[in-house]
Ligand binder design. Structure first.
Ligand SMILES: Cc1cc2nc3c(=O)[nH]c(=O)nc-3n(C[C@H](O)[C@H](O)[C@H](O)COP(=O)(O)O)c2cc1C
Length: 172
């Protein structure tokens, strides 16, 4: 696994917690709540204006973010299971709902995300899927080709199951 070092220590998201952040249209953080800062281990000044990938964990396949961005840039909401990385390398799993913010004319002016805790059963289903997608991405020397191949793998997997991405992610 490449990328930022990880500690292997999991941070617990309590069932009553909601982790909130907002971004501009490029995914740069414009707001986050205290729960976000505690779990991510960053202070507000360290987060403001930073790309949201500041909490990206190396176990996340790139194709998952392609799906997120393709959906929200089309003006639609998206749900995703995400493992995030805290500043010190710890991690925390979340179930994220990401939504575009629109102005009065319907133009996208930013995005926001609300995240909740994830139960172990869902993590047990998502972890091997993300590992397989990540392995597919790593098999290609060109990272974009790898991402597209992994994305196709996800599309085929859902087609085999005969379900949409939303049915899959909301059914876990
Ligand atoms: C509102 C919003 C919330 C996001 N939340 C996360 C998040 O919690 N973790 C994460 O890794 N990426 C999140 N992203 C996606 C990042 O913008 C980025 O696409 C991702 O981290 C991959 O970055 P990279 O392609 O630079 O590696 C979010 C994006 C938006 C617009």
């Amino acid at each position: 696994m490449t990328g930022q070092p990880v500690s292997g220590v999991e941070r617990v998201v309590r069932d009553d917690e909601i982790i909130v952040s907002k971004t501009d249209t490029k995914g740069r953080i414009t707001y986050c709540n205290d729960t976000f800062m505690r779990l991510a281990g960053y202070s507000e000044p360290e987060l403001m204006g930073q790309p949201h990938s500041i909490v990206r964990h190396p176990a996340m396949p790139r194709c998952a973010f392609k799906l997120v961005w393709d959906t929200i840039e089309a003006g639609k909401e998206v749900f995703a299971y995400v493992i995030n990385r805290s500043k010190n390398g710890d991690h925390y799993w979340v179930f994220a709902h990401i939504t575009p913010d629109l102005d009065e004319a319907g133009k996208i002016i930013g995005y926001h995300s609300f995240r909740r805790s994830v139960d172990r059963k869902a993590i047990a289903a998502v972890e091997p899927l993300y590992a397989a997608l990540l392995a597919e991405e790593a098999r290609h020397s060109d990272s974009k080709a790898g991402m597209n191949a992994a994305f196709q793998m996800l599309v085929s997997l859902l087609a085999d199951k005969g379900i949409s991405y939303d049915q899959f992610v909301l059914g876990l």
